[in-house]
Design a binder for this molecule. Structure first.
Ligand code: OOG
Ligand code: MG
Length: 257
């Protein structure tokens, strides 16, 4: 049997992002499973690298129940972050560059000395140099922000843009810090880092393990997003967004009017 057309599917998803046009889901029709969906994601990343973008990290998705429930997919997933997706803290994005952008509060790790593939993290403080509050802007390339598990994996887990707040030393506990998402000074979502797999540190173990299954190793100096602690909120033109994580501080983003 001939497998799915990996490059062709990546081309469709890439064009959807470039032209800011939603497309229908394609996994069922093209016979994508989880493995071939990650191959599409890699081809999509290659398209970006070919245009001169640089791979700067890895993001986790659906590491909290709130996120799983919001999109109706209940498996942890991972995707790729490039330099072009990184918006400076306090910076501005244009809503028109995205199909139906949403924002969500995250915790970012700056990776340091990681274990060999297959080995667990012995000392988190060795593996992670610094932590920061972050905002992820997600933007599914599929109509109505609706997708299956292989669809969302192929679409680089809806990655759009992200903001990382000031890096700070790793605090003693990361497992029960309050998280707020504010839009125009009003609280839009409230949560706790406990929602991220019980402890966001676990997201790194999962990231190393799940990416390793597809031959992808994490690197020193990479940014790692542990996954949103709360559901995501639509980003409207003119909005001022702030993510606040207890002990870590805030990250912020503006949407141009
Ligand atoms: C998938 C991406 C999920 C997270 O933090 O859970 C994600 C989506 O919600 O479209 O980035
Ligand atoms: Mg996210």
């Amino acid at each position: 049997m001939i497998g799915p057309d990996i490059t062709g599917i990546a081309g469709k998803l890439g064009a959807a992002a470039d032209t800011v046009t939603a497309i229908p889901q394609l996994a069922a029709e093209t016979g994508l499973d989880v493995d071939t969906a990650y191959a599409v994601q890699t081809a999509l990343l290659q398209r970006r690298l070919d245009r001169g973008e640089r791979l700067v990290g890895l993001k986790m998705g659906l590491t909290s129940k709130a996120k799983m429930a919001q999109v109706g997919v209940d498996e942890v997933i991972w995707g790729r972050l490039t330099d072009v997706m990184l918006v400076p803290d306090g910076g501005t994005v244009s809503v028109g560059d995205f199909i139906h952008p949403r924002v969500e509060p995250e915790v970012a790790f700056l990776l340091d000395r990681l274990p060999e593939p297959g080995e667990p993290i012995a000392d988190f403080a060795d593996a992670v140099r610094a932590v920061a509050p972050a905002i992820e802007l997600i933007d599914s390339r599929y109509a109505n922000f609706t997708f299956s598990l292989p669809d969302v994996i192929a679409d680089n887990t809806s990655a759009g843009a992200f903001v990382v707040g000031p890096w700070c030393p790793v605090p003693d506990g990361l497992d029960n810090l309050g998280v707020l998402l504010e839009i125009d000074g009003r609280i839009a979502q409230v949560g706790s880092t406990a929602a991220i797999l019980g402890d966001p540190r676990r997201a790194l173990d999962e990231g190393i393990r799940l990416a390793g299954r597809h031959g992808v190793r994490l690197h020193q100096g990479w940014i790692f997003l542990a996954g949103a602690a709360t559901a995501a909120v639509p980003l409207r033109p003119g909005a001022h967004v702030r993510a606040v994580v207890e002990k870590l501080g805030t990250a912020s983003l503006k949407a141009a009017a």
